[in-house]
Design a protein around this ligand. Structure first.
Ligand code: SF4
Length: 301
């Protein structure tokens, strides 16, 4: 079922590079508007496919993260900027790309009082104003567990609230800097308590040393806080300085974990070697649509 990480990458992890017209167009637009995408900053393997399909995940609040997670390629340091015009430019870019589903994430901004929550809220509002039919998914940091920051984001009523636990409980402290497994679960639980109709979503990377029973336990933990959507993907080492891949998980194992997730009651499970938190995100909206329609209507009155 698995392949040792010391061996070369298995065939199922080979990517076809297609840098066509939409790819170049999006790259140029992001530079012109001085916007960042997690697709580029995290060196996502799906960038050619997603950009060719005019899908991208905006990364707001700059491109310098105050944390240094061992799996992540985003730059680390002390950010200096807070760009209040950024929400408007994200909305303009979303309009230019004619998005039907817009995913917005950010670096961790532990230097800011609200962790950047108000910029998330402004971005949701700006996209809604320009594209009333576009659903907005936010993939948020843990805001150091600050309930008030989460409340600011939830009050903007995103169509999907996404927060990643990233890995199983035992490996959490080793893989993620500062973030805590229990705090992430608590965030997802609070989001549900604040707005029970807004679907929540989380993601686990596989191949960092977790055991199957630990993955199943993480799924149970997520369902215990009524998390609705789950994504499972293969961890890939962004550079030799990052955490090593412990194993390559076979596509059959991803398929059987998807079944386990669905059995546990997730409304949608996206599971496969190249799955990332935002991969095929527009397709997950359908699963959550019935829940969100009423929330969206409410937020526009
Ligand atoms: S999976 Fe997400 S981060 Fe990766 S290229 Fe696609 S939209 Fe960007």
């Amino acid at each position: 079922m698995t392949t040792s990480a010391r061996e070369r990458k298995p065939d199922w992890l080979r990517i076809k590079l297609t840098t066509g017209e939409p790819y170049r167009e999006i790259k140029d637009m992001m530079r012109t508007k001085t916007l960042h995408t997690v697709c580029e900053e995290a060196r996502c393997p799906n960038i050619y496919e997603c950009w060719a399909n005019r899908t991208a995940t905006f990364m707001i609040l700059g491109d310098i993260c105050t944390r240094a997670c061992r799996f992540c390629a985003v730059k680390t340091g002390l950010p200096t900027e807070l760009d209040l015009q950024e929400p408007e430019r994200v909305a303009e870019a979303a309009e230019q790309m004619n998005l039907r589903h817009c995913v917005v994430t950010s670096v961790a901004r532990d230097d800011l009082q609200d962790g950047g929550a108000s910029i998330f809220a402004a971005t949701i509002a700006a996209v809604r104003k320009k594209l009333p039919l576009c659903s907005v998914e936010v993939l948020i940091p843990d805001f150091m567990g600050k309930k008030e920051s989460l409340q600011i984001v939830m009050d903007a009523k995103p169509d999907i609230l996404n927060h990643n636990i990233e890995t199983v409980e035992r490996l959490s402290d080793r893989v993620r800097a500062k973030a805590k497994y229990k705090r992430s679960l608590e965030l997802l639980q609070r989001a549900k308590e604040m707005y029970p109709d807004i679907p929540t979503k989380s993601s686990i990377m596989l191949g960092v040393g977790e055991r199957t029973e630990e993955i199943l336990q993480a799924m149970d933990d997520l369902r215990a806080v009524d998390c609705n959507i789950l994504t499972l993907g293969q961890y890939l080492q962004p550079s030799p300085a990052h955490l090593e891949v412990a194993r390559y998980v076979h596509p059959d194992e991803f398929a059987s974990l998807k079944e386990e997730g669905l059995k546990r009651g997730f409304s949608h499970v996206e599971s496969g070697p190249f799955v990332r938190s935002s991969y095929h995100a527009h397709e997950q909206v359908k699963s959550a649509e019935a829940r969100t329609t009423s929330v969206r209507e409410e937020s526009r009155v």
